[in-house]
Design a protein around this ligand. Structure first.
Ligand code: PMP
Length: 436
């Protein structure tokens, strides 16, 4: 396989690329906790697709709602016109958000939600007469999608180097002391002072230049980084002191993943803006959303007569099929009590993950809600190869997990049974013994 083909596979995974066609790891159907692979095997889904199918796969309630919408109202433009579903979904979503974040903007992905949130933050500062506040702060090892805004505040350095992102961004440090890093080395009682790094950036740049800080309450894609106790509270305090808006990127954490409707609710910290996607529709139709504090949203509307859609909006915002999927998904979450279920299962999940402690290659285990990150020692000369080998071996043994750097990430649908949790960690333990 030549380089060009590999590149095409990376960029266009859904084209009829030779390498992709021949790949037995194609998934052809799914139901509940399982995928079916092209070569006829049942694969236990340890990742809820990509942190998104929280209610399990192909739930008939969601499929039926989408089919009904497709046959009734396939599309309606949301500029000047409307249809009822986005209003209903916005109300239902607002009820799940921390009190006060009840203005909802619909997008089509996590990346769009992030770029929308960043623009809203800039618009809010302008509306408050703080037009000099244009700087956007992210965090090292943050992931906020692949839009220009998202890569600019994101912590993936290669992305920032490769693309001409936004100017005037900066990044909070993720660690002062790698040997005792509260995000990654299981010292959660210590390390809240890492949030004081925001004060360093305020001193460096001047508060009057900073519009907003964006963080994932729990960073998923870069390796399940659970914040130290008090970290998010401290960020909130520093933001308040300096008139900086706080954005939580909850594309992964919302909808039960960390055991509540939002991570903001779980940690008891209210940001000004929350981004969502993934679990919003159980991933059955692409959709994202941004929730904004009412008074901030209204300040923008009042300062920009005509409304927010004047300067930002997507053709597919509030798409009827996505709204139908979203409403059916929220119904399922409520009916089956899936957020509580994730919360209740969390101690069992944590114990099961920690059963891998001391196993070969394992250097750190982090859990929160129904997420686990198992960090492996990098293989000398081939860092990240071990996690990827484990991914392949697990798939071949009927388990889907995610390899991100040297970290194995698990985030099953919230309908997972205890026996399946045992199966996942049991298999990982066995496979760890088999890889070099
Ligand atoms: N933000 C976060 C926190 C994410 O985890 C992701 C996707 N993993 C995104 C944004 C981007 O979402 P999407 O891939 O839907 O654009």
């Amino acid at each position: 396989q030549g380089d060009n083909d590999s590149l095409a596979a990376f960029w266009m995974p859904f084209t009829a690329n030779r390498a992709w066609k021949a790949n037995p790891r194609q998934l052809v159907s799914a139901s509940g906790m399982h995928y079916q692979s092209a070569d006829g095997r049942r694969i236990l889904d340890g990742t809820a697709g990509l942190w998104c199918c929280n209610a399990g796969h192909c739930r008939p309630e969601i499929a039926d709602a989408i089919a009904k919408a497709a046959a009734t109202l396939d599309f309606a433009p949301t500029f000047q016109l409307g249809h009822p579903a986005p209003f209903e979904l916005a109300q239902r979503l607002a009820a799940l958000m921390p009190v006060g974040l009840d203005r909802i903007f619909f997008t089509n992905s996590g990346s769009e939600s992030v770029d929308t949130a960043l623009k809203i933050a800039l618009a809010v500062q302008r509306a408050k007469g703080q037009g000099t506040r244009t700087r956007l702060i992210g965090r090292e090892r943050g992931y906020h999608g692949v839009g220009f805004g998202g890569i600019s505040v994101g912590g993936i350095v290669s992305n920032r180097r490769t693309w001409p992102g936004l100017s005037g961004t900066d990044h909070l440090r993720h660690t002062h002391d790698p040997a005792r890093n509260a995000f990654t080395r299981g010292f959660p009682q210590h390390g809240a002072e890492l949030a004081d790094d925001l004060q360093r950036l305020v001193d460096l740049h001047g508060a009057e230049t900073i519009a907003a800080v964006i963080v994932e309450p729990m960073a998923g894609s870069t390796g399940v980084l659970v914040p130290p106790v008090g970290y998010l509270q401290r960020l909130r305090e520093i933001c308040d002191r300096h008139g900086i808006l706080l954005i939580f990127d909850e594309v992964i954490t919302a909808f039960g993943r960390v055991g509540g409707a939002t991570a903001a609710g779980q940690w008891g910290v209210t940001p000004d803006i929350i981004t969502m996607a993934k679990g919003l529709t159980n991933a059955a139709v692409p959709m994202g959303a941004v929730a904004v504090k009412r008074e901030l949203h209204d300040a923008v509307i009042e300062s920009a007569p005509g409304g927010i859609e004047l300067f930002h909006g997507y053709t597919y915002s509030g798409h009827p099929l996505a709204c139908a999927a979203g409403l059916a998904t929220l119904d399922l979450y409520a009916r089956d009590g899936l957020f509580d279920r994730a919360n209740d299962l969390s101690p069992y999940w944590e114990d099961a993950a920690h059963s891998l402690k001391g196993r070969r290659h394992v250097i750190d285990i982090r859990t929160i809600g129904l997420v686990a990150g198992i960090e492996l020692t990098p293989r000398p000369g081939a860092p990240t190869a071990r996690a990827m080998e484990l991914f392949h071996a697990a798939f071949d043994n009927g388990l889907l997990l995610r390899a991100t750097g040297d970290i194995i990430a698990l985030s099953p649908p919230l309908i997972v049974e205890k026996g399946q949790i045992d199966e996942m960690f049991g298999m990982i333990g066995t496979l760890l013994d088999r890889i070099d």
